[in-house]
Structure formats: C-alpha cells, structure tokens
Design a protein around this ligand. Structure first.
Ligand code: FEO
Length: 166
C-alpha cells in the first residue's frame, strides 16, 4: 500500500515522463521538417520509450492501491536552433528527470517503502543509460561539427547509435 505522500510523488513523476515523451515527439517532428530523418526516427523511438516509462508508473501506482492520475502537461518547445540545440536540451531534460528519480528514491528509502524503492531501481539504471547516450551524441556532434556538409553523416550516426543501446 502506497502512502499518500509517495503516491503524490509518483504521480508527479508521471507528469515528467509524459512531458519527456511529448518533448521528444516535438523534437522528432522538427527534425523531420529539417530533412534529418535519422534524428527524427531516433526521437520518435525515444518518445515511445518515455511513454513506456510513464505507463510503468501508472500500472505500479494502481497495482499498489493508489490512483494514477493523468494530468495536463506543459507544451514542449516547438522549434530549435540546430541539431546541437536539440541534443543539449535533451541532455538537460534527462538530467532533470534523474534528479527527480533520485529524490523519489531518497523519499521511498527514508519512508521504508522498500517495494517502491526496489521498483525505482529500474529508473535509476535507465536514467544512467539515457544520460550516457545523449552525452555520447553531443560528444560526436562536437567532434564532427554541425556544418552543412557534416549533417548527413551526423544524422546517419545518430540513427545508428540508438540501435546500439537497445
Ligand atoms: Fe524517462 Fe528519460 O526519462
């Protein structure tokens, strides 16, 4: 049985995962309009993954005697300055999610809710992987540069990188 405090904290996390999913969908759409098809497919897949993170929380809350709430989320950004801008924003977003997962982990541990503490370990691992993926893409962008002549190469590499982490 979830305490009210933990139920509320998990419900707040649902909002963050839903926002991440929408934000990646917006990035996918923008990349597609720029002709960056590899990056677009990367972000479409990333958006699906974030939706799975959200659903996992919904199911867990409901299975544990709580009520998962589907609430409004703020609109994601619509346009970006460059592909580098998109990935910088993604990494920043992932770091924010990691911080929030860490706070949840701390709360469940101090509340002796070891079942939820255990459930959250999956998110801890996932955040580590995602931060590392986005950081490696930004490293690649920094090495290759974002001049027009390198964009096609970068776009193909980005599409390929996603497959390697799954
Ligand atoms: Fe589910 Fe990448 O936050």
């Amino acid at each position: 049985m979830l305490s009210k405090k933990i139920e509320q904290a998990l419900n707040s996390q649902i909002i963050k995962e839903a926002h991440a999913s929408n934000s990646y969908l917006s990035m996918a759409s923008w990349c597609e309009t720029q002709g960056l098809r590899g990056s677009a497919s990367f972000f479409y897949a990333q958006s699906d993954e974030e939706r799975q993170h959200m659903l996992k929380l919904v199911r867990y809350i409901n299975e544990t005697g709580g009520h998962a709430l589907i609430q409004d989320i703020k609109e994601p950004k619509e346009t970006y300055k460059s592909i580098k801008d998109v990935f910088e924003l993604s990494l920043e977003q992932e770091r924010g999610v990691t911080e929030s997962i860490n706070e949840l982990v701390e709360l469940t541990f101090s509340s002796k809710d070891y079942a939820t503490f255990h459930f959250l370990q999956w998110y801890v691992e996932e955040q580590h992987e995602e931060e590392s993926l986005f950081k490696s893409i930004l490293d690649l962008i920094n090495v290759a540069g974002t001049q027009e002549k390198n964009l096609l190469f970068l776009d193909k590499e980005i599409a390929g990188l996603r497959g390697k982490t799954e």
